[in-house]
Design a protein around this ligand. Structure first.
Ligand code: 5GP
Ligand code: MG
Ligand code: MG
Length: 176
Protein backbone atom coordinates (compact mmCIF):
# COMPACT_ATOMS: atom_id res chain seq x y z
CA UNK A 1 0.00 0.00 0.00
CA UNK A 2 1.22 3.46 -0.89
CA UNK A 3 1.72 5.87 1.97
CA UNK A 4 -1.55 7.58 2.71
CA UNK A 5 -3.55 9.49 5.27
CA UNK A 6 -7.21 9.29 6.23
CA UNK A 7 -9.34 12.36 6.83
CA UNK A 8 -12.90 12.13 8.09
CA UNK A 9 -15.57 13.10 5.56
CA UNK A 10 -18.87 11.81 6.97
CA UNK A 11 -19.46 10.92 10.62
CA UNK A 12 -21.24 7.81 11.88
CA UNK A 13 -24.05 10.05 13.18
CA UNK A 14 -24.65 11.56 9.74
CA UNK A 15 -24.57 8.08 8.20
CA UNK A 16 -27.11 6.78 10.73
CA UNK A 17 -29.40 9.74 10.08
CA UNK A 18 -29.26 9.24 6.31
CA UNK A 19 -30.04 5.53 6.68
CA UNK A 20 -33.01 6.27 8.92
CA UNK A 21 -34.55 8.61 6.41
CA UNK A 22 -33.97 6.11 3.56
CA UNK A 23 -35.69 3.45 5.67
CA UNK A 24 -38.68 5.73 6.29
CA UNK A 25 -39.12 6.34 2.55
CA UNK A 26 -38.84 2.63 1.82
CA UNK A 27 -41.38 1.87 4.57
CA UNK A 28 -43.90 4.17 2.96
CA UNK A 29 -43.23 3.11 -0.66
CA UNK A 30 -43.19 -0.67 -0.14
CA UNK A 31 -46.18 -1.23 2.14
CA UNK A 32 -47.80 -4.58 1.28
CA UNK A 33 -45.00 -5.55 -1.12
CA UNK A 34 -42.69 -8.53 -0.78
CA UNK A 35 -39.22 -6.94 -0.48
CA UNK A 36 -35.88 -8.53 -1.30
CA UNK A 37 -32.89 -6.40 -0.37
CA UNK A 38 -29.91 -7.47 -2.49
CA UNK A 39 -26.61 -6.22 -1.13
CA UNK A 40 -23.55 -5.94 -3.31
CA UNK A 41 -20.62 -7.65 -1.58
CA UNK A 42 -18.48 -6.79 0.03
CA UNK A 43 -18.77 -3.02 0.46
CA UNK A 44 -22.55 -2.76 0.88
CA UNK A 45 -22.79 -5.49 3.53
CA UNK A 46 -22.50 -2.97 6.37
CA UNK A 47 -25.08 -0.62 4.82
CA UNK A 48 -27.50 -3.47 4.08
CA UNK A 49 -27.46 -4.67 7.68
CA UNK A 50 -28.07 -1.19 9.12
CA UNK A 51 -30.72 -0.37 6.51
CA UNK A 52 -32.54 -3.70 7.03
CA UNK A 53 -32.70 -3.05 10.79
CA UNK A 54 -34.12 0.43 10.23
CA UNK A 55 -36.89 -0.71 7.87
CA UNK A 56 -40.05 -1.72 9.75
CA UNK A 57 -41.67 -3.74 6.96
CA UNK A 58 -41.03 -7.48 6.67
CA UNK A 59 -38.24 -8.19 4.19
CA UNK A 60 -35.76 -10.78 2.99
CA UNK A 61 -32.08 -10.27 2.25
CA UNK A 62 -29.58 -11.75 -0.15
CA UNK A 63 -26.22 -10.82 -1.66
CA UNK A 64 -24.49 -10.76 -5.01
CA UNK A 65 -20.80 -10.20 -5.54
CA UNK A 66 -19.31 -8.37 -8.47
CA UNK A 67 -15.80 -7.24 -9.11
CA UNK A 68 -14.81 -4.16 -11.01
CA UNK A 69 -12.05 -2.53 -9.03
CA UNK A 70 -9.64 -5.23 -7.91
CA UNK A 71 -7.27 -3.71 -5.40
CA UNK A 72 -6.82 -0.48 -7.29
CA UNK A 73 -8.39 2.86 -6.56
CA UNK A 74 -9.62 3.17 -10.15
CA UNK A 75 -12.27 1.30 -12.08
CA UNK A 76 -11.16 -1.31 -14.59
CA UNK A 77 -14.41 -0.61 -16.48
CA UNK A 78 -15.25 -4.32 -16.57
CA UNK A 79 -17.75 -5.96 -14.30
CA UNK A 80 -17.75 -9.62 -13.48
CA UNK A 81 -20.45 -11.44 -11.51
CA UNK A 82 -18.79 -13.61 -8.88
CA UNK A 83 -21.81 -14.62 -6.81
CA UNK A 84 -25.42 -14.86 -8.04
CA UNK A 85 -28.63 -15.48 -6.08
CA UNK A 86 -30.67 -18.61 -6.70
CA UNK A 87 -34.18 -17.61 -5.63
CA UNK A 88 -37.12 -17.36 -8.05
CA UNK A 89 -37.86 -13.63 -8.02
CA UNK A 90 -41.23 -13.61 -9.77
CA UNK A 91 -43.18 -12.33 -6.75
CA UNK A 92 -40.51 -10.08 -5.25
CA UNK A 93 -39.80 -6.38 -5.42
CA UNK A 94 -36.01 -6.22 -5.67
CA UNK A 95 -34.12 -3.37 -4.08
CA UNK A 96 -30.42 -3.37 -4.99
CA UNK A 97 -28.41 -2.05 -2.05
CA UNK A 98 -25.12 -0.43 -3.07
CA UNK A 99 -22.56 1.39 -0.98
CA UNK A 100 -21.45 4.06 -3.45
CA UNK A 101 -22.23 5.34 -6.92
CA UNK A 102 -19.09 6.35 -8.79
CA UNK A 103 -19.10 5.70 -12.56
CA UNK A 104 -22.44 3.91 -12.19
CA UNK A 105 -21.25 0.93 -14.24
CA UNK A 106 -21.81 -1.54 -11.42
CA UNK A 107 -25.32 -0.32 -10.71
CA UNK A 108 -26.31 -0.28 -14.39
CA UNK A 109 -24.98 -3.81 -14.80
CA UNK A 110 -26.94 -5.03 -11.78
CA UNK A 111 -30.19 -3.30 -12.76
CA UNK A 112 -30.05 -4.99 -16.19
CA UNK A 113 -29.03 -8.28 -14.61
CA UNK A 114 -31.96 -8.29 -12.15
CA UNK A 115 -34.51 -7.15 -14.73
CA UNK A 116 -33.71 -10.33 -16.69
CA UNK A 117 -34.83 -12.34 -13.67
CA UNK A 118 -38.31 -10.80 -14.06
CA UNK A 119 -39.16 -9.71 -10.51
CA UNK A 120 -42.19 -7.44 -9.95
CA UNK A 121 -39.87 -4.42 -9.81
CA UNK A 122 -36.18 -3.49 -9.61
CA UNK A 123 -35.05 -0.36 -7.81
CA UNK A 124 -31.83 0.73 -6.18
CA UNK A 125 -30.74 2.35 -2.96
CA UNK A 126 -27.26 3.86 -2.76
CA UNK A 127 -25.74 5.29 0.41
CA UNK A 128 -23.00 7.56 -0.99
CA UNK A 129 -23.55 9.38 -4.22
CA UNK A 130 -20.32 10.82 -5.68
CA UNK A 131 -20.81 14.13 -7.40
CA UNK A 132 -19.26 14.12 -10.86
CA UNK A 133 -18.83 16.75 -13.54
CA UNK A 134 -20.38 14.65 -16.28
CA UNK A 135 -23.36 13.20 -14.47
CA UNK A 136 -25.58 12.57 -17.46
CA UNK A 137 -24.65 9.00 -18.40
CA UNK A 138 -24.91 7.50 -14.95
CA UNK A 139 -27.97 5.53 -13.87
CA UNK A 140 -29.99 7.35 -11.25
CA UNK A 141 -30.37 5.58 -7.92
CA UNK A 142 -34.04 5.50 -6.91
CA UNK A 143 -32.99 6.31 -3.34
CA UNK A 144 -29.73 7.82 -2.24
CA UNK A 145 -28.41 8.84 1.16
CA UNK A 146 -25.60 11.39 1.02
CA UNK A 147 -23.93 13.34 -1.76
CA UNK A 148 -20.15 13.37 -1.40
CA UNK A 149 -17.35 14.99 -3.43
CA UNK A 150 -15.48 12.95 -6.02
CA UNK A 151 -12.74 11.55 -3.76
CA UNK A 152 -11.60 8.00 -3.08
CA UNK A 153 -13.20 7.13 0.25
CA UNK A 154 -12.94 4.30 2.76
CA UNK A 155 -14.78 3.11 5.86
CA UNK A 156 -18.35 2.00 6.54
CA UNK A 157 -17.78 -1.03 4.30
CA UNK A 158 -15.58 0.61 1.69
CA UNK A 159 -12.00 -0.63 1.38
CA UNK A 160 -8.57 0.28 0.21
CA UNK A 161 -6.85 -3.02 -0.70
CA UNK A 162 -9.39 -4.79 1.57
CA UNK A 163 -8.53 -2.67 4.61
CA UNK A 164 -10.64 -0.11 6.51
CA UNK A 165 -14.08 -1.67 5.87
CA UNK A 166 -14.64 -1.82 9.63
CA UNK A 167 -14.20 1.91 10.26
CA UNK A 168 -17.45 3.41 11.56
CA UNK A 169 -17.13 6.75 9.75
CA UNK A 170 -16.33 7.59 6.10
CA UNK A 171 -12.82 8.90 5.31
CA UNK A 172 -11.06 10.41 2.32
CA UNK A 173 -7.77 8.71 1.42
CA UNK A 174 -5.04 11.12 0.46
CA UNK A 175 -1.79 9.80 -0.92
CA UNK A 176 1.22 11.58 0.55
P1 5GP B 1 -18.92 2.27 -10.10
O1 5GP B 1 -19.24 1.04 -10.88
O2 5GP B 1 -20.13 3.12 -9.77
O3 5GP B 1 -17.82 3.06 -10.73
O4 5GP B 1 -18.30 1.82 -8.76
C1 5GP B 1 -18.99 1.05 -7.89
C2 5GP B 1 -18.11 0.26 -6.96
O5 5GP B 1 -16.75 0.70 -6.94
C3 5GP B 1 -18.62 0.47 -5.56
O6 5GP B 1 -19.56 -0.51 -5.26
C4 5GP B 1 -17.37 0.34 -4.73
O7 5GP B 1 -17.17 -1.02 -4.43
C5 5GP B 1 -16.26 0.82 -5.65
N1 5GP B 1 -15.95 2.24 -5.39
C6 5GP B 1 -16.35 3.31 -6.09
N2 5GP B 1 -15.89 4.45 -5.56
C7 5GP B 1 -15.18 4.07 -4.48
C8 5GP B 1 -14.45 4.81 -3.46
O8 5GP B 1 -14.35 6.04 -3.44
N3 5GP B 1 -13.85 4.06 -2.50
C9 5GP B 1 -13.91 2.70 -2.47
N4 5GP B 1 -13.28 2.10 -1.47
N5 5GP B 1 -14.58 1.98 -3.39
C10 5GP B 1 -15.21 2.67 -4.38
MG1 MG C 1 -19.32 -2.17 -4.24
MG1 MG D 1 -13.23 -2.25 -3.27
Amino acid sequence: MKEHELKILVSREEIAKAINSLAKKIDSDYLGKKILLVGVLKGAAFFLVDLARSISLPLEIDFVEVSSYGNKAESSGKIKLIKDIRKDLSDYHVLIVEDILDSGLTLQYLIDFFKQKKPLSVKSVVLFYKMKNNDCKRPNADYFGLKIPDYFVVGYGLDYAEKYRNLKDLYVVSFV
